[in-house]
Design a protein. Structure first.
Length: 314
């Protein structure tokens, strides 16, 4: 369930004019930017961008980039983009950093097949290269096999389950862990091709026969490596996305110096999806409301913008 609060009626011309006034002259009216953009959904934001261009012959995104800065600018920039374009940007930044391959897993495994296809198209249009091409160029060996397989997947979205297949592939996963060969091609094939419903059945059979979840077994029985961490992230994103996002937020706040990029990514990408459920899970797990955590760990206009997306009233 979304946290974003939007008005029943929106005048896109008035919004565009309001944003123009906010960035004109000396100083920027950040409060106006937050009050408008922090309460508009993706379709409405797109209409505002078009209205702004029609009136002023200027790209609203570029104008905002030049007027605001820091974490606030990054959050607004990622929010105002179309969702698929935003994911393309997030993927590109993650690949350039080289240490954020879990973001690629997140985009590939949480999004639907159609959403992932839209991301790949947006990436191609924006960077004049394919997403899989850049993933392959920035990774090696088993990590490359896994990530290329994930970003090129077009999973079946139906609810049908092949029970016999689930039991068989759960056994393949068990044997791979037992033999310390979880990077086996068959494991990668299973994780990158099966429907999410089929994989959930496989993970459930694994838990029933092993007595514990596959993610816990991976955490305890295999040596730590980037490949193992990415496999765990993929399994969690497919099977328990709410838990995955809660942990991303918890780790972001827990570290010395808040990881603003991670906080921004989760709130911006999930505010129109399931952020209310993520926030509820966060409160249960950490005994503190997510908005209070944001209030404590962030500052200024960045904080106000995140709280607007979380649905807190001014």
């Amino acid at each position: 369930m979304a946290t974003l609060v939007v008005p029943h009626e929106v005048n896109f011309v008035e919004d565009a004019e309001g944003l123009r006034k906010a960035v004109e002259g000396w100083g920027t009216n950040e409060k106006t930017i937050i009050s408008i953009l922090g309460h508009r959904n993706a379709a409405q934001r797109k209409r505002i961008r078009q209205a702004y261009w029609d009136i002023y012959q200027e790209d609203l995104v570029k104008r905002l980039e030049s007027e605001i800065s820091g974490d606030f600018e990054r959050a607004v920039y990622r929010w105002i983009l179309d969702p698929e374009e935003r994911d393309a940007v997030l993927a590109n930044v993650a690949l350039k950093k080289g240490s954020d391959h879990h973001v690629i897993v997140e985009i590939a495994c949480v999004r639907s097949s159609e959403e992932l296809l839209a991301v790949r198209r947006a990436y191609h249009a924006r960077y004049k290269r394919s997403l899989e091409e850049d993933v392959a160029a920035h990774t090696t060996d088993d990590v490359r096999k896994l990530l290329v397989g994930l970003v090129t997947a077009f999973r079946y979205e139906g609810t049908e389950i092949d029970v016999k297949l689930a039991k068989c592939e759960a056994k393949i996963l068990q044997d791979a862990i037992k033999d310390k060969k979880f990077n086996h091609d068959e494991v990668i094939r299973i994780l990158t091709t099966r429907s999410k419903t089929q994989l959930l059945a496989t993970f459930n059979h694994f838990k029933d026969s092993h007595g514990t979840s596959i993610t816990k077994v991976l955490l305890s029985e295999l040596h730590d490596s980037e490949f193992k961490r990415l496999v765990r992230a993929a399994i969690r994103c497919i099977g328990e996305p709410l838990k995955y996002f809660e942990k991303v937020l918890r780790n972001a706040f827990k570290r010395v110096g808040t990881d603003e990029d991670a906080v921004t990514r989760v709130i911006v990408t999930r505010a129109e999806k399931d952020l209310r459920h993520i926030a509820e899970f966060y409160r249960t797990r950490n005994n503190v409301p997510l908005d209070q955590e944001v209030d404590k760990e962030t500052r200024g206009d960045y904080e106000k913008f995140l709280l607007a997306l979380l649905g807190r009233k001014d």
